[in-house]
Design a protein. Structure first.
Ligand code: FAD
Length: 393
């Protein structure tokens, strides 16, 4: 391979998909890319190893207008779905933990307040959350109820002063650093959402340690021991599982885009490595088996990117249905994890160290495969759309 060719970064957008972005969307892309290159990439391997993500990033993301960026009013940027998707992609090209923070803040915490909250709740929380001065979390999963949240045990009992909330939520992103928890609980009328501020008496959190995935992200257990909440702590606009499911549909859309960033970063690392690592007297990228791997990785990545863009434009046209999001989440996460695993093989032993981004992405994607609906649950949603038959039970 001539050295001038090796010096050029590989073009991973062979089909010029980003040409389809509007100038505003390209500006968002470039802004997030340069922020991430400057503030995140130099440190992310260390943060992952240490199991932290510095809180000071949150107001920085707020200043850039990236928190709740697809919402309108209350200090939110009011951008389109594709701009939000591109942001998720560029964040997750750095780390799924960073994208998770932005998804949980915008789609899982701000969105339910924005969509189902009272004016007072919106005024109280959204401007601070958009600015990154307050962090939110979304408590749906419980120790015994993951894929089947409808069976939740957390319960809010009404009384003459308001509500008494009891129960436990598990695996909650941002749980122990959040200023407000959006908690879904059973009530006599069905499942409802509650805003529980940090410091409420009887509300405690415990950070979950020893994770091998999404280490640059805080994950916690939330415990509610007869927490007294005022009557206006409930989100007035929704009752039933459709409340949390609508939030998850928003966040899953971000995952569809985000994982293409993680996959792109893995492919970039694999191409770069293949061009420079020599075995048997030549770069391993010069072997046909390696080129075949790289070519298929690019083909798969390209398909995933097209799927994300198509879903984004559908969403902007107001035409997205949950089973479409399920199809895209299921397909793109699987594609991304396969690309990460293939990239890992090209890096050989170096593929298992944090000196390169690949194993970090690969491990992170194991969480992304499971959270916000496992691959199997999304397959059931698509299966039901195809057959008209529910196979959940
Ligand atoms: C890092 C991380 C962050 C998370 N953040 C949040 C958060 O912020 N908020 C929140 O509420 N939750 C969060 N979660 C929880 C996540 O959404 C759940 O882990 C997920 O819904 C799956 O639930 P579970 O782990 O209890 O698995 P289970 O539901 O016990 O499933 C175990 C296995 O059984 C399969 N299975 C279950 N039911 C069926 C069926 N009917 N047919 C076929 N297979 C089935 C599943 O697909 C899976 O393979 C997070 C999880 C992780 C790992």
């Amino acid at each position: 391979m001539p050295s001038s060719a090796a010096a050029q970064p590989a073009n991973l957008d062979l089909l010029r998909i980003d040409d389809q972005l509007t100038p505003d969307e390209r500006l968002v892309r470039d802004t997030v890319r340069s922020y991430v290159a400057d503030r995140v990439m130099p440190h992310i391997a260390d943060w992952f190893e240490a199991g932290t993500l510095p809180r000071e990033l949150v107001p920085e993301l707020g200043k850039l207008g990236l928190l709740g960026m697809h919402l309108t009013g209350y200090g939110c940027a009011g951008m389109g779905a594709v701009a939000y998707g591109v942001t998720c992609r560029e964040m997750e090209a750095a780390d799924s933990g960073l994208r998770s923070l932005v998804s949980v803040q915008g789609s899982l915490s701000m969105y339910p307040i924005w969509r189902y909250g009272s004016d007072a709740q919106k005024e109280e929380w959204l401007p601070r959350m958009a600015a990154g001065d307050a962090i939110g979390c979304f408590g749906l999963t419980e120790p015994d109820h993951g894929s089947d949240p409808g069976g939740m045990k957390t319960y809010a009992k009404p009384n003459d002063k308001g509500w008494v909330l009891s129960g436990t939520k598990m695996w909650i992103t941002n749980g122990s650093i959040a200023d407000v928890a959006v908690v879904w609980a059973g009530t006599p009328d069905g499942i409802r959402g509650f805003l529980v501020p940090r410091g409420a008496r009887g509300f405690s959190t415990r950070t979950i340690h020893k994770k091998m995935s999404l280490r640059a992200s805080v994950t916690a257990e939330l415990h509610f021991d007869e927490v007294m909440l005022p009557a206006d702590a409930v989100l007035p606009g929704v009752t039933g599982l459709k409340g949390p499911l609508s939030c998850l549909s928003e966040a899953r859309f971000g995952i569809v885009w985000g994982v293409t960033g993680a996959a792109r970063a893995c492919l970039e690392a694999a191409v770069e490595y293949a061009r420079t690592r020599e075995q048997f007297g030549k770069p391993i990228g010069g072997f046909q088996l390696t080129q075949s791997k790289l070519a298929w990785m690019l083909a798969d990545l390209t398909r995933a990117q097209l799927l994300a863009l198509h879903l984004g434009r559908l969403k902007e046209a107001g035409k997205v249905a949950p089973e479409q999001v399920s199809l895209a989440k299921m397909a793109n996460v699987r594609t991304a994890i396969d690309i990460a695993r293939q990239a890992r093989t090209i890096l050989g032993a170096n593929g298992i160290t944090l000196e390169y981004p690949v194993i970090r992405h690969e491990n992170n994607l194991e969480s992304v495969l499971t959270y916000e609906g496992t691959e199997e649950i999304h397959a059931l949603a698509v299966g039901q759309a195809l057959t008209g038959l529910s196979a959940y039970r």
